[in-house]
Write a protein that binds this ligand. Structure first.
Ligand SMILES: [Zn+2]
Length: 169
């Protein structure tokens, strides 16, 4: 099993596998702590201007070198809408405001990649309210694309969002 914990986060005792709440989970025989493995969640931004959509070129794995919508992990305790705004500014230099929820997409985990990439992507629609377009953080390039000049796309979530966009125009 990928990255299971071996020692209790509460008391430090050795964990063991036990069937609880519908599946086998790591349970502490000493203090009763149950380790629930949570999905990773990404907040994603879809920005349209005229017939263009904003994409970023990924500089890191997974899907390094391919293009995706601006996105990043939602921190523990963080509003996903705020995470989307924060990540967009970190990656593209643009300040945006959310105008709606576009989709929620499941990215199935791939063998060996369980902890690289989010399994749940929340895709917001946004509009630019300030800033200056500039690739930064974990992206190599950022640009606007039309239907007929799309680059190689990363992730099921961006692929699905682009497919819907193509279908609506
Ligand atoms: Zn314990």
């Amino acid at each position: 099993m990928d990255q299971e914990i071996n020692y209790c986060l509460q008391c430090g005792n050795k964990m063991k596998d036990q069937f609880v709440f519908g599946q086998v989970r790591r349970v502490c025989p000493s203090c009763g702590y149950i380790h629930f493995r949570d999905p990773k969640v990404a907040a994603v931004i879809f920005i349209r201007e005229d017939d263009h959509v904003l994409l970023v070129k990924r500089s890191l794995p997974p899907e390094q070198g391919k293009w995706a919508l601006p996105a990043g992990y939602v921190n523990a305790g963080e509003d996903p809408a705020q995470a989307a705004i924060r990540e967009t500014e970190e990656e593209t230099g643009l300040k945006v405001e959310i105008v709606g929820l576009r989709d929620v997409v499941f990215n199935p985990p791939r063998p060996g990649y369980l902890f690289l990439g989010a399994t749940i992507a929340i895709i917001y629609e946004a509009r630019v309210i300030g800033g200056k377009l500039c690739a930064q953080d974990d992206v190599d390039d950022v640009d606007w694309f039309t239907h007929d000049n799309l680059p190689e796309i990363a992730f099921a979530s961006t692929t699905k969002a682009i497919y819907h966009w193509l279908a609506e125009e």
